[in-house]
Every structure is written in C-alpha cells, then in structure tokens.
Design a protein around this ligand. Structure first.
Ligand SMILES: CC(C)(COP(=O)(O)OP(=O)(O)OC[C@H]1O[C@@H](n2cnc3c(N)ncnc32)[C@H](O)[C@@H]1OP(=O)(O)O)[C@@H](O)C(=O)NCCC(=O)NCCS
Length: 423
C-alpha cells in the first residue's frame, strides 16, 4: 500500500478525519454509486459542508482548503442526484482529488517549509521531458481548474529553442517537478503548479519579486503580474493574500466534451483537409507565417511571424508531436489555406489545438471550423475525453471561430502588485 505523507488517523480533529475518509471514497478508482451516496451523505448530512461551509475555517481547515470545500459542497448539492459518470460527478471527483492532495500536504499542520522543495533554473533540452511530464500531471490533477499547461503548450512555447536559456524556474521535490514559473514578458509571469506545488506560492512569488527587482536595478518601481484563472479560487486567494490585485484580461479558454457529437462542416468545393505528412517543411512553415503575419483585423498592424522551417522541424522532434494531428486545409490548386496542430495528452484525456491559422485570402470560408472538426474527430478516435482551445482576450475573430464549436470554459486575468524599489 502506498505510504501516506502523514497518518490522517492521527489527526486530532474528527471532522478533518471524516472529511479525509470521504475524500478517499470519492477519489477511489473503483467508485460505485453506492459508495458515492455514502460519501455524499457524510459530507452533506453529517458534516453539513454545504449548509455550514465556514465551520472548519480557522480550526481544522487550512486556508487553501476552504474554497475547495466550499466548491465541493456546492457541487454535491447541485449534481448529487446525477448518475455516476455524468459530467457533474466528474467535476465532483476532480475537486475531491485536489482537496485530498491539499489535506495530505497540509497534514496536521506541519510548517509548510518543512516540505519545501528545491528550485532551479530550466537547464535546456535535458529538462524538456520533465516539463512535459509536469504539464501532463498538473493538468490531470487540476483539470477542472482550467490549468492551461498542457504538454502541447510546452512543446509549442519552447519550439525551436528547447536548448536556449529561458527565464523559467522549476520547483521540484524528490525528483518530480511540482511548480514552474516562467517570465513570458516584462514583469509578466505564468505560474503553474500541482496541488502540492500550489502550497509554495509564497516562495515562488518571493523568488519572482526578487528576480524582477534585481533585473530592474536600484531605485526603480516595478510591477509583477501573475496570470490567474477566474475559476481558480485557491490561486486567487493566495495572490490576494500576497498583496496582488486583479488587473487586465489575458486569455479566453474554451472546452468541448468529446462525448458530444462534433460539428459537421461542409468544405468549399475543391478544398480538402488532411494531415501534414509529406508536406514540404518550408511550405508548412510559410503557411503558419502567412496567417500570423496578417493580424490587422485584431488591431495588430505590421505583424510579422518569424516561424521558420527549422522551427517547424524542431517541433516535429518533440516527443509528443504526432504527424496525424498536424492538420492543413488545401485549396483546389494545392495552396496551403489553413493549418493547425493538435496535441494529445492521454493521462488527463485532454487534447488541445495550438496554433491555428488561416491564410488571409481564405478567411471566412469556414476552414478553421473544418480543421477544428477534423481535429476533434481524430482526438475522439484516440480516446481523449475533452478538447480545449484558448486565445488572447482581444482576438475577436478567434473567439467567434471557437465559440461556434466549443463552450466557454474560463478566462484568465493578470493579477498585479507594485513592488517597492530597492534602495
Ligand atoms: C481565427 C482564424 C483562424 C479564423 O479562421 P477562418 O478560417 O477565417 O474562420 P472560419 O471561416 O472557419 O470561421 C468560423 C466562425 O468564426 C467566425 N469568424 C471568423 N472570423 C471572424 C471575424 N473576423 N469576425 C467575426 N467572426 C468571425 C465565422 O463567421 C464563423 O462563424 P460561423 O461558424 O458561426 O459561421 C483566422 O482569423 C486567423 O488565422 N487569424 C490569425 C491567427 C489567429 O489569430 N489564430 C488563432 C489564435 S488562437
């Protein structure tokens, strides 16, 4: 039997023990409707977590557990009558999984620093596999929280520079990466963590503040902005406690349950959709550049994509790249009219599209929709359960294109804090 990080039966508070036992049932891999009914009864009737959600605050519940218990109470109340396997129960199990990890990590209340990880910079290509594994694990463990870190995001974001030095820092414990912080722009930080890594938010933010201030030099005020999802109350509460306030919007995120029938899209006469096998890398890269160098319609004049054949070929060497998920739409004369890459993650059952683009001469002919439909069909064929796609908050064309196929999932915002200058 796997050893628990703490012995929950030694916890003094009976309510904390009951909660943990109910979570063990909810997260058990052999869940039955009968067991679910027992766990639901314990939580809603015996413990009254829905009617009296604040009862454990300040005593047997840790601050980062409170919003999750609130959410679990809401979900049990709302979806309790649903059948096992329904989307509602899936959400309940996901919340229970994250909450259970928090309980295990928090235990009886050992100082968090006693489980603190070590941190180190990203070392280049030798760390790629660790990053991909981390993205897959954090996505699986936090999937209802719209964690955007998908292995495909990592492969795409690093593309041809797997070996270049990057402003990325990894926090790991016992060899497993639990959190990553990545400066994606001046003072702008992406931060992803497993439920365990989430406990080190204060350490991670302290590192980010320190490195930003050091990069700015003495006497300069600067602002640190961290991306957070509206649907992630734990992160938002943590950032608020550390003095951050919600700033401007960042991205919009969409999802589709692959059990639902995909859209039926009729291609314009003579057009076809296929994968990129055998396509000249120069042409494939040019097709991406053509789409991403024409962004006037979203207020970006003179955009110029530098995506090269070398970058494309490097992407294809990523361990998670699949040629059958690299799609193109061809015009009747063979011109590459639109393209997208889909990425599959078996552990979480989530597939994503990143990137997607249509040549300006071919826009508005439902080619993006056709690529989405084909990508969804292929993801379904691989046994994936959900598909996701994201775009910048101001990309109205992409938002329209995705809204006709996906459902809204979440929105992300920048949470900002002005840092006092160093003497
Ligand atoms: C976003 C983009 C891929 C859409 O490609 P497209 O082939 O023109 O899209 P489609 O013709 O398949 O349109 C799909 C839907 O979106 C709508 N749509 C597309 N572009 C739109 C626009 N500029 N304004 C409003 N709606 C738009 C279409 O009306 C259509 O809706 P419908 O299915 O209800 O009829 C394309 O504009 C593009 O390449 N942009 C630059 C790169 C980019 O932003 N990529 C996505 C970023 S994540």
């Amino acid at each position: 039997m796997a050893k628990l990080p703490v012995n929950p039966l030694a916890w003094l508070e009976p309510d904390r023990r009951w909660l943990y036992l109910a979570l063990l049932v909810l997260t058990h891999h052999r869940l039955t409707e009968g067991r679910l009914a027992v766990a639901r009864h314990v939580l809603l009737v015996d413990m009254e977590i829905h009617d009296d959600p604040r009862q454990g605050a300040g005593s047997w519940l840790f601050p980062n557990e409170e919003p999750l218990l609130d959410r679990l109470g809401e979900q049990l109340q709302k979806f309790g009558a649903a059948a096992l396997g329904d989307d509602g129960w899936r959400q309940i199990v996901e919340t229970a999984t994250v909450l259970r990890a928090h309980l295990e990590a928090n235990g009886v209340g050992r100082p968090l620093r006693s489980v603190a990880p070590t941190s180190r910079p990203y070392l280049g290509a030798s760390d790629l596999e660790a990053l991909l594994q981390f993205a897959s694990r954090s996505l699986a463990e936090r999937s209802s929280l719209a964690s955007t870190w998908h292995p495909g995001d990592v492969a795409w974001a690093l593309r041809d520079q797997y070996d270049a030095r990057r402003p990325i820092r990894l926090w790991d414990r016992q060899g497993a990466v639990e959190a990553i912080a990545w400066f994606v722009g001046p003072g702008q930080l992406w931060l992803e963590a497993t439920p365990t890594g989430e406990l080190w938010l204060p350490d991670i933010i302290a590192w980010a503040e320190d490195s930003l201030l050091r990069s700015r030099g003495a006497g300069q005020t600067t602002t640190l902005s961290v991306r957070a999802f509206q649907g992630d109350p734990v992160r938002i509460a943590g950032l608020s406690r550390l003095g951050f306030e919600r700033g401007g919007p960042e991205s919009v995120h969409f999802e589709l349950d692959l059990a639902q029938a995909g859209p039926d899209v009729e291609l314009p006469p003579g057009f076809m959709v296929r994968d990129s096998s055998g396509v000249d890398p120069e042409q494939r890269a040019a097709s991406h550049r053509d789409a991403w160098s024409a962004l006037d319609h979203i207020g970006i004049a003179n955009a110029r994509s530098t995506f090269s054949a070398t970058a494309y070929e490097s992407l294809r060497t990523s361990p998670i790249y699949r040629p059958d998920l690299d799609l193109i739409a061809l015009a009747p004369d063979g011109a590459l009219a639109a393209n997208c890459i889909c990425w599959a993650d078996e552990r979480s059952g989530v597939g994503i599209f990143e990137p997607m683009g249509t040549h300006p001469d071919f826009r508005g002919r439902r080619l993006a929709r056709a690529l989405l439909a084909e990508g969804l069909r292929r993801m379904r064929g691989l046994g994936l359960r959900r598909a996701r796609i994201s775009t910048a908050h101001f990309n109205t064309a992409a938002i329209s294109a995705y809204s006709s196929t996906f459902h809204p999932l979440d929105r992300s915002y920048w949470w900002s804090k002005v840092l006092a200058p160093r003497p």
